[in-house]
Design a protein around this ligand. Structure first.
Ligand code: GLN
Length: 189
């Protein structure tokens, strides 16, 4: 069983390293055929404008929307932007798979990137996780069906709705596999 990692642009290799550490087989996804072989998909951080254009170029946009109807999809940072229903400030054509409004580059420019503890609540247990925020977006609002899972200074930084999980930070840059493990539990072999 493969977990797909969208490998059009961004830090897909870091997700691959994290999943390898967890003993999980991965498939770098650049085509619809590769996507079809996967039981779940990660959309990495990178540049959401570029990623969105590349989704069209590789005819993956509709394929991912269909895929998400059946299988779990996890987006980090730029990936979380692409999964959101609506993107404000520097809008980008998103996939609209989670009922969230997200603001791009909401903490400022690249130089304003930071690392700080966040509180993550998974399966009822709250734990501190190191959050890497790299020109990160902010989740501005979530719909009724969306469950918040992590917070940084009162802001929701991770949330889920059924098959879809989003994080505005980069759990793949830590040594802590808690968030990836949580995503893997959603996968049905
Ligand atoms: N600033 C990027 C965007 O808006 C996201 C940055 C990231 O993924 N680390 O697409």
């Amino acid at each position: 069983m493969y977990i797909g990692i969208l490998a059009l642009q961004g830090d897909f290799a870091k997700h691959q390293e994290m999943l390898a550490m967890l003993g999980q087989d991965t498939m770098l996804v650049r085509t619809r055929q590769e996507l079809e072989l996967c039981a779940g998909l990660i959309i990495p951080g990178g540049e959401s404008t570029t990623l969105s254009l590349l989704l069209n170029k590789h005819t993956l946009r509709d394929a991912i929307i269909r895929f998400a109807g059946e299988k779990p999809v996890f987006g980090t940072c730029a990936g979380s932007i692409l999964l959101s229903r609506s993107v404000v400030k520097d809008p980008v054509e998103s996939l609209g798979l989670i009922d969230a409004v997200i603001e791009r580059n909401a903490y400022g420019r690249q130089i304003d990137s930071f690392i700080d503890d966040i509180d993550v609540r998974l399966n009822g247990n709250v734990q501190k996780v190191e959050g890497f925020f790299i020109r990160a977006p902010k989740i501005i609002s979530i719909g009724k069906g969306v469950v918040p899972l992590a917070w940084h200074q009162g802001n929701i930084v991770m949330a889920e709705q059924n098959n879809i999980l989003i994080a505005t930070f980069h759990p793949e840059l830590t040594k802590n596999p808690a968030v990836h493990n949580y995503f893997l539990k959603k996968i049905k072999p």
